[in-house]
Design a protein around this ligand. Structure first.
Ligand code: AMP
Length: 596
């Protein structure tokens, strides 16, 4: 099907989509519309989100609706309230010139209003699974004349635990109905639904299975874990017109990153499971209106979020599930627009990146985190182009214009430009003046060697001969907390021995250790401050060769003088102080120069 006009769609529907600006069918539309119109067979359509799926099933199903009979003829089931509302809104546009009635039923809103709409008579019901099950159990929906059931974003629905609800709904609908299953990916749980409930379905694939959309480029930046946030800020600064979602793995990380971004003056906010529906709606409204440039979200919170013009998706942390990357990245590059999906990773995530590449059937472009100079250059060029493009409306300024001219009379054109640029850019230039290179090459050892040579604040880890994690010599840094442990040289341990003990008890590859100091009868080790609680709890009942291990946050030398050799301890502390003075961490200075 090359055009909508040549299809057998209802002329009034073609009329409506012309109003919507649809000129040519998307790939999924040109494959599914003729099929749905000409066959009664079940259909599986594998296509990414944002490829025009709603119209792919909505237009032909609307064209086949018996308008005289206002009972539910088509059920569309989708994972989230947002998507449910979006689909229903699209359907209403499609039938702008036809008396077809639609309703959206979803949780978190008054069921009475939804039941009233159902009672009045509708042709299309768009539903989230939980609410539909509720309505069916109350016997408030007539399913006897359902001819089509559409399962939209099926993989998402099953990932979200709607399996039982979907089983229940499908069992309640007539046996001779047609089932249309839309999904971005085809994992085994979706295949199970297809095998159990579908009859010899036709399978249509748009692009390759599980593959990312062609309009999305995939970029990866490799940094040490502790530099992730700095990398995020630099990327955001490097793309002044960024409008994107920053994906984090946990609610806590989402909150932390969003708070830091807001504190640093970015237009950002967060979407996570702890928000009430009203808070969520408020954040979404701001994001849709583009008052926010960045929305920091977990995968679950961002599900069904329907925003089409995202320039970027940023994986602040990679998802646990490789396929979730496809979903995340599919939120950009929609409706034919180009998009960039970025992953900020550390060395240990290289393996996972390879799995993602395999799943996507695409390679990531390895990018360098932009340096301060590049960022300033880009920002400057952006400002210049905005100034050049600005609409001039001097008449609105009125008499003030003469005063303005007088105020700048004493300046030449060059001086005026210099002053203007300095006014706008001094803080940014100052901020990035001594910004270090935070890139990590694929080879941890050579990279860390380079960093220590340059005296940069590096806190990388590499692997010892036996594959255990060993800390690099590092500067004391406020991101790390120093712990005291009551075993030392006299217990026969050295640095790698202590590290083995730490790894054995803490048993978490994501816990990063900093400097280790082994003294006579006790030792110190540093750990990223996020992990304080984990360290304390991991050693609650621990023993070393029959000696109970005591681990606690290191206190001042005075407070600890009674433990082991006082001299050793004080010597250790002075050592830290001196190092700290020489190597003041970058974040500290950066924080003081808060910009924007
Ligand atoms: P969907 O995948 O259904 O969420 O659609 C993604 C976006 O593409 C929506 O904003 C649609 O309005 C738009 N869209 C769908 N089909 C077409 C088309 N044939 N031409 C132009 N835009 C379209």
């Amino acid at each position: 099907m090359k055009s909508f006009e040549e299809s057998a769609l209802h002329p009034e529907i073609i009329h409506a989509i012309q109003d919507m600006g649809f000129e040519t069918p998307t790939e999924v539309q040109s494959k599914t519309i003729p099929f749905i119109l000409e066959h009664t067979q079940d259909l599986i359509a594998l296509a990414q989100t944002g490829t025009g799926k709603t119209a792919a099933f909505g237009l032909p199903l609307m064209s086949q609706t018996d308008i005289e009979n206002a009972v539910p003829q088509t059920l569309i089931i989708c994972p989230t309230r947002e998507l449910c509302l979006q689909i229903e809104k699209d359907l209403q546009h499609f039938c702008a010139y036809l008396p077809i009635k639609t309703v959206a039923v979803y949780g978190g809103a008054s069921i009475d209003i939804q039941l009233k709409a159902l009672r009045k008579g509708v042709h299309f019901v768009v539903a989230t699974p939980g609410r539909l099950v509720d309505i069916i159990k109350r016997k408030r929906i007539n399913l006897s004349e359902v001819e089509n059931v559409v399962l939209d974003e099926s993989d998402e629905m099953l990932n979200m635990g709607f399996q039982e609800d979907i089983d229940f709904i499908l069992e309640q609908t007539p046996k001779n109905k047609r089932t249309l299953l839309f999904s971005a990916t085809m994992p085994s749980n979706v295949r199970r639904i297809a095998n159990k409930y579908m009859n010899k379905p036709e399978e249509i694939t748009v692009g390759s299975k599980n593959a990312g959309a062609d309009t999305v480029s995939h970029h990866v930046y490799m940094v040490h874990s502790k530099d992730r946030y700095i990398a995020l800020k630099r990327i955001a600064d490097f793309y002044p017109d960024i409008y994107g979602i920053v994906f984090c793995r946990t609610r806590q990380e989402t909150k932390d990153v969003a708070e830091k971004l807001m504190g640093d003056g970015y237009n950002a906010d967060t979407l996570h499971g702890d928000l009430s529906q009203a808070q969520r709606d408020y954040v979404m409204k701001k994001f849709r209106a583009k008052s926010l440039n960045m929305l920091v979200a977990t995968d679950v919170a961002a599900r069904g979020l329907d925003v089409h013009s995202l320039t970027h998706v940023i994986n602040y942390s990679l998802p646990d599930d490789v396929e979730a990357y496809t979903h995340r990245s599919g939120r950009t590059g929609r409706a034919g627009k180009e998009g960039i999906s970025i992953a900020i990773i550390n060395l240990r995530e290289k393996g996972k990146l390879r799995q993602i590449e395999k799943n996507l059937q695409k390679s990531f472009d390895h990018k360098q985190v932009p340096h301060g100079k590049e960022i300033c250059h880009v920002q400057l060029m952006n400002l210049i182009s905005k100034i050049n493009d600005a609409d001039v409306s001097i008449d609105k300024i009125g008499n003030l214009y003469d005063t303005l001219l007088e105020s700048f009379e004493h300046l030449s054109k060059e001086e005026l430009i210099q002053k203007f640029i300095s006014f706008e850019f001094n803080r940014l230039l100052e901020y990035y003046e001594n910004a270090p290179d935070i890139n990590v090459s694929g080879n941890a050892r050579s990279d860390d060697r380079d960093r220590s040579k340059k005296g940069e604040r590096g806190r990388g880890h590499d692997r010892g001969e036996r594959g255990e994690r060993a800390p690099k010599q590092s500067m004391r840094n406020d991101n790390y907390t120093r712990f005291f442990i009551n075993i030392g040289k006299k217990n026969g341990i050295d640095k790698s021995g202590l590290l083995r003990i730490l790894n054995q008890h803490v048993n978490d590859r994501d816990v990063h250790y900093g400097a280790i100091d082994i003294l006579k009868s006790f030792s110190f080790f540093e750990v990223e401050s996020d992990n304080i609680a984990k360290i304390t709890s991991s050693f609650a009942k621990a023993e070393h060769n029959g000696t109970p291990i005591s681990v606690e946050k290191a206190q001042s030398p005075q407070g600890k003088a009674n433990r082991g050799s006082k001299n050793d301890f004080i010597k250790g502390d002075d050592f830290w102080k001196q190092k700290r003075k020489k190597n003041k961490p970058y974040e500290q200075t950066a924080k003081r120069r808060k910009r924007r």
